[in-house]
Design a protein around this ligand. Structure first.
Ligand SMILES: C[S@@+](CC[C@H](N)C(=O)[O-])C[C@H]1O[C@@H](n2cnc3c(N)ncnc32)[C@H](O)[C@@H]1O
Length: 209
């Protein structure tokens, strides 16, 4: 998979979709709340991968008003919308591609929602190793994201994308839950688990360094 092309597609897509984004994603409120509910008591430093306009940070700052969050995202327009939130002074942004930016280290938790379902397993493994490296020992990784039911559906989507990466400007290539768990374990995480959400095609993955 050409990750630079993938990143460009995402940036263009989300820069274009920023206006009205929060209305569309209100439908994902439960998955966003689940992230916060699963964070450890006393969480302070958080990295949010693909945090966009900051929707999942609304419940997060309600539960953890003292939190300090870094949002890594490739879309300048989504990040610009985030700066209008009342908690923007507690958020630092890193604008650029997940595979190219420096996120810092020592985080209590890394969270992500609806942002990591565009990568092939080998790229995701690299990403998950990078996530693990930037956590403190014992830190949590929580990812609420789109999945496909099984590995057959996963292969079909990846093959369809590989055959014609230009067919759609933003084609999802979610992985199967079993594949996600295997990648987390291969990246060195422990206590890897998966939970259902209110959406049939969404799961919450949890893992620890
Ligand atoms: C569907 S939005 C999710 C935003 C937010 N997490 C939410 O749930 O409302 C996906 C976000 O991931 C970002 N993103 C996608 N691919 C990325 C990449 N390769 N590097 C950095 N950010 C990326 C997009 O710019 C977008 O803001």
């Amino acid at each position: 998979m050409d990750l630079k092309k993938r990143g460009r597609e995402m940036k263009e897509f989300f820069d274009r979709k920023t206006d009205g984004y929060d209305d569309v994603h209100a439908a994902f409120a439960v998955t966003k709340r689940m992230l916060t509910e699963n964070l450890d008591e006393g969480t302070v430093t958080v990295l949010d991968l693909g945090g966009g306009t900051g929707l999942e940070l609304i419940p997060l700052f309600e539960r953890f008003p003292e939190a300090r969050v870094t949002v890594a995202d490739i879309s300048p327009r989504m990040l610009e919308a985030l700066t209008a939130r009342p908690f923007a002074d507690r958020v630092r942004t890193v604008c650029g591609d997940f595979f190219e930016t420096d996120w810092g280290e020592g985080y209590d938790a890394v969270i992500s929602t609806s942002a990591l379902h565009h990568f092939a397993p080998e790229d995701k493994l690299r990403l998950y190793k990078k996530v693990r490296d930037c956590l403190r020992d014992g830190g949590q990784f929580l990812n609420a994201d789109k999945v496909v039911p099984d590995r057959r559906a996963q292969e079909e989507a990846l093959t369809e994308y590989a055959e014609d990466p230009d067919r759609w400007p933003h084609m999802d290539t979610p992985l199967a839950p079993s594949s996600e768990l295997e990648l987390l374990e291969d990246a060195g995480f422990i206590h890897c688990s998966v939970e259902l959400t209110d959406r049939e095609d969404y799961r919450l993955f949890a893992a620890r360094k």
